[in-house]
Design a protein. Structure first.
Length: 572
């Protein structure tokens, strides 16, 4: 007989549920987890109590009827808060220790949310978060959070009475959804409730992506230790290759590939294998403003306006930083420049012109080093453009502009690239090319989507090896990142699917960086993110990265990177 396999975390949850339900043959349809993936043992007990006091099969059927969209997960999470109050009141006389467990759960809420990354917070349902905070603050006797009148009514409505039976609980949940979410009886709901322009953009961009919510209770699945996944996301791990419709969407938003179909096929056959099996690449030129009147294109152009405004509002600081970094760069990298030869009366003779010396009495048949110099170095600046950067888009754009202008003033050619993953495609945008002296394309930087760092680095390594054959220059890749790779398409490891996040994604990215260094490109990082991911930056870049927390620290950070770079050049 085949039996479901559970990880150690899931087994612990299962034991709590069985104990609360007083039924060790019970196969629970739900398990509870915090947003960081750890088991939520108190709510596991609530699941067990739901089996003890109510008809959990009817509850499950009602929950399933809400649909599968992210807004449906929000509704389910809120309903479980209502059930928690009802079941706590039913059980407390029989299990007095439940009061202490409830307070411990309230304390864990605050501890857990202090450790969430910026990216996790960006993907958190604020409707659920606010109601949780109101519930747990009340239990701990803390000051209640500021709430709108509607939020206060929702909090009061979620205090389900202990006198409810299974039928009246479902009626109470139905009335709650009708009152606050426009729920229609007998219909599967779950339409995305959007109230601002940015939310509409995100719903378009993430239409095919899996989203993380703060749903306290998720459907239980088959969690084997050998094929483990992070269970902080709702549902099982599902993956399908990008469709023609997805490719058309990418093309309409980002424009055509800058490489031919045949060239892209060669790249994907070389790179989208093993861990990246089923993924796609899209490399485009976004140095010009986005065209079209789609809601996404309008939002991108709106962000470009914000980037320009930030640049001009901080122009004095930016110009001073450019001047400082340019001077540092010129001094540090002077050894990486060569003087271009020019005709002279002395130096190395030009064999083909030697006859002019005696026949035409022309002494200018020699070559010597001229004043004009040419750099022996080219720099790629890579910008993480995932959704986790949404709150600091303008600052990242300004930093990219500062670095690009500074290096160009020091006669170091710079290419500025941005990357993100959407609908199975890792999209690499060229905001400024090496030969261009126009920096305005950098203003088109915007964030949105996921970030499959390892595949992006592999693609740039592939291109760098092709380009190095013709340029003959040293290559340096500088990655401006929060060191938190995270993608909706899974890793394929030993023919098994695993979430692309956490330690597995960091290891994959570190391996890609190591391979790129082996093939001749120096790779460094500018870490602009949470302290929680500082160790990730160490793992990915080794000692070749700097941490900055504001634009004003950029000059010193770049100076350190370049000094280290020159040191590695002298050793190699």
């Amino acid at each position: 007989m085949l039996k479901r396999q559970y990880s150690s975390t899931a087994r612990r949850s299962l034991n709590i549920i069985w104990s609360a339900a007083d039924d060790y043959d019970f196969d629970p349809p739900f398990m509870a987890f915090f947003s960081n993936g750890k088991a939520d043992l108190y709510f596991d007990m609530v699941v067990g109590l739901a089996k003890k006091w109510l008809d959990l099969e009817k509850i499950t059927e009602f929950m399933d009827s809400l649909g599968t969209l992210p807004s449906s997960d929000e509704k389910r999470a809120l309903l479980w808060l209502g059930l928690e109050n009802c079941l706590y009141q039913k059980e407390i006389d029989f299990r007095p220790v439940l009061a202490d467990l409830r307070k411990k759960r309230a304390e864990d809420f605050y501890k857990t949310n202090q450790s969430l990354s910026r990216q996790q917070m960006m993907m958190t349902s604020m409707k659920v978060f606010n109601q949780e905070e109101a519930r747990w603050a009340k239990i701990l006797g803390r000051r209640l959070p500021l709430m709108t009148p509607k939020e206060k009514k929702i909090a009061a409505a979620l205090e389900f009475s202990k006198d409810l039976d299974s039928s009246s609980v479902i009626e109470e949940m139905t009335v709650f959804l009708e009152r606050f979410f426009g729920y229609k009886r007998g219909k599967k709901t779950g339409r995305i409730e959007l109230h601002d322009f940015r939310a509409k953009i995100l719903s378009k961009i993430f239409r095919h992506e899996r989203t993380m919510t703060d749903s306290l209770i998720i459907r239980s699945g088959s969690f084997s230790q050998e094929n483990s996944v992070q269970i902080s996301r709702s549902g099982d791990l599902k993956f399908a290759s990008a469709t023609e419709k997805d490719e058309s969407w990418i093309r309409n938003l980002f424009g055509k590939n800058i490489y031919s179909e045949h060239e892209m096929q060669i790249m994907e056959e070389s790179l989208c294998i093993k861990a990246d099996l089923g993924c796609r690449l899209w490399i485009c030129d976004s140095s010009r403003p986005f065209s079209g009147e789609s809601i996404e294109a309008r939002a991108i152009k709106n962000q470009a306006g914000k980037n320009r405004a930030f640049y001009h509002n901080h122009i004095l600081l930016i110009k001073e930083s450019i001047k400082k970094i340019a001077a540092q760069t010129d001094s540090i990298l002077s050894s990486s420049q060569k003087h271009l030869p020019e005709k002279s009366k002395r130096g190395k003779i030009i064999a083909s012109k030697a006859w002019r010396l005696s026949v035409l009495n022309d002494p200018a048949v020699f070559l010597s080093d001229g004043e004009e110099t040419e750099s022996l170095l080219e720099v790629d600046l890579l910008l993480d453009s995932s959704q986790s950067r949404m709150q600091i888009q303008e600052a990242i754009c300004a930093q990219a502009r500062i670095i690009a202008e500074s290096f160009e003033k020091a006669k170091i050619p710079v290419r500025v690239l941005a990357f993100r993953s959407l609908r199975g495609f890792t999209v690499i945008q060229r905001l400024k090319d090496f030969a261009s002296k126009n920096y305005d394309g950098i203003f088109n930087y915007f964030s949105g989507g996921w970030n499959r760092d390892s595949l992006c680095v592999k693609a740039l390594d592939f291109l760098a090896r092709q380009e190095a054959k013709s340029s003959g220059k040293e290559r340096l890749l500088i990655v401006l990142t929060d060191a938190s790779p995270n993608d909706s398409s899974p890793l394929i490891l030993n023919s098994r699917k695993k979430e692309y996040e956490g330690a597995a994604a960091v290891e994959e990215t570190a391996a890609a960086v190591k391979a790129m260094r082996t093939s001749g490109t120096k790779v460094s990082g500018i870490f602009f993110g949470s302290s929680l991911h500082l160790e990730n930056a160490h793992r990915i870049f080794g000692d070749s990265f700097v941490r900055i927390q504001s634009v004003s620290q950029l000059a010193e950070g770049v100076r350190k990177l370049l000094t280290d770079f020159v040191g590695t050049m002298s050793q190699s």
